[in-house]
Design a protein around this ligand. Structure first.
Ligand code: CAO
Length: 427
């Protein structure tokens, strides 16, 4: 039995942030019913398409292990069906623009009347305050949560990162909130409102930068390489380039082949505990005893020069050779892996972190499987649902609809009939 088996989730999420959360819960065994607009569905089904008329990878990679029902929650009959589903579910998750659910007539107060045990979980761009009514996408969250101002090089503009810390990061936060509320419900018998703001989620992931903001009041941030380069600090935590966020200096260094391969680099950390090994491996054994280099405080104003010297050595090796030499010496380092290398890495396939999934319309594709492994709740990744694939099944199984009642709901436009329509189109 999977950890969340028996938990039923009404999934009103779309785009990336909410779907990451419900996909994670589905991998842990929850029955996730994705509600989509009839005939339209989650906008990402059609965004960034690589194959005409086929659900995009954007959609498929965020909606595994779910069932899809199309329901017009703004029609009277659709609202009635939605109420039935709210009664039958443990959790409702949504990430609409602020106020959308209230406008549909489903405020938190109303939801508590319908099902007091329901956990109502939301992602919004911001918490209460001046921006609470704003629509928000990933990069807005990265910019307002402190990530962009602290990412990039000290002499360059703010940068967004490739890691989707605003969307997928907040989805992860919300998943924890939901599971915590479910645990609490065991004792209280009551559902509760769970809210995760993307700005807050990003800030939580940037807490070391707020740490540095406060340290700045007591002097320069000596472990930042700009300190060693004599660049003065301003009033706010600066962009730190590739400096490590902790107390052990690190940087990205060129490796053999860097001229032609954009990913021929390694992240190299000069951990104090293995400084002697670093000196030996790069051919600078004299630095071990030299008072100018022997201690971490002595090295602080020479970080750039030290990494330039280490780079002279890393440029004679490819990034994997650097790993092979440094790992046995306990020197922490990591090759810069391209997405191509990650996609082809056999060990990630073996652990299920990268999985191959088969889809009836697109065929085989790669996805990221569950990054969290539970020993008694393995995650099998099953393909994302087609639009409305489970409308009839959900209405029958969960709400006890007869075939006639389903046909009536379809005629009224309360639910969609996409599967029948696509069969007709195929013929
Ligand atoms: N039946 C009927 N109506 C439906 C429906 C259904 N099944 N599903 C959605 N709708 C309606 C909504 O009720 C809303 O209508 P109103 O505007 O009349 O209230 C409308 O569809 C559109 O919803 P939306 O405003 O959420 O969608 P959008 O594309 O305009 O905005 C986004 C998208 C992401 C900017 C916005 O949803 C948002 O800010 N969400 C919160 C933050 C978030 O999660 N952002 C991450 C997105 S991933 O980068």
């Amino acid at each position: 039995m999977k950890a969340l088996e028996g938990v039923r989730i009404l999934d009103m999420t779309h785009v990336q942030s909410g779907p990451t959360c419900t996909q994670l819960l589905a991998w842990f065994g929850a029955d996730v019913l994705k509600v989509e607009r009839p005939g339209v569905g989650d906008a990402t089904r059609g965004q960034l398409r690589d194959i005409p008329d086929v659900d995009s990878l954007y959609f498929t990679m965020l909606n595994h292990n779910k069932r899809s029902i199309t329901l017009n929650t703004k029609s009277d009959k659709g609202k009635e069906i939605f109420e039935g589903l709210l009664k039958a579910c443990d959790v409702m998750v949504e990430n609409f623009a602020p106020g959308a659910l209230d406008r549909m007539g489903f405020s938190w107060e109303r939801i508590q009347e319908i099902n007091p045990r329901l956990i109502y979980a939301s992602i919004k761009g911001f918490g209460p305050g001046p921006y609470e009514d704003c629509k928000v996408y990933e990069n807005v969250a990265q910019c307002t949560g402190g990530s962009a101002s602290t990412t990039g090089f000290v002499d360059g503009p703010p940068l967004v990162t490739g890691a989707q810390i605003g969307d997928s990061g907040t989805g992860l936060h919300l998943a924890l909130g939901i599971v915590t509320a479910l645990y609490h419900r065991e004792k209280s018998g009551k559902g509760q409102r769970v809210h995760a703001a993307m700005q807050d989620g990003v800030l939580n992931l940037c807490r070391v930068k707020l740490r540095d903001q406060q340290r700045l009041q007591h002097g320069p941030l000596t472990e930042y390489s700009q300190h060693g380069q004599g660049i003065a600090f301003g009033e706010a935590t600066p962009r730190a380039g590739n400096d490590s966020g902790g107390g052990q200096p690190g940087w990205i260094l060129k490796c053999k082949g860097w001229e032609n391969d954009p990913d021929a680099y390694v992240y190299f950390i000069t951990q104090a505990a293995v400084w002697g090994n670093v000196c030996d491996v790069i051919g600078k054994p004299e630095w071990k005893e030299d008072p100018e280099y022997a201690t971490p405080p002595a090295r602080l104003d020479k970080i750039k020069q030290i990494f330039d010297t280490i780079e002279e050595w890393t440029m004679t090796k490819n990034k994997f050779e650097v790993m092979e030499i440094c790992n046995p010496l306990n020197i922490p380092c990591g090759p810069i892996l391209s997405m191509k290398e990650i996609a082809e890495e056999p060990s990630l396939r073996e652990t299920g972190t990268v999985v191959e999934v088969d889809h009836p319309a697109r065929g085989k594709y790669l996805s990221v499987g569950n990054p969290v492994k539970l020993s008694d709740s393995p995650s099998d990744v099953t393909r994302s649902p087609l639009l409305g694939e489970h409308t009839d099944e959900i209405l029958m199984e969960i709400l006890g609809f007869s075939s006639d009642e389903i046909a009536e709901a379809k005629t009224e436009g309360a639910v969609g009939d996409e599967m029948a329509q696509s069969k007709v189109a195929a013929e």
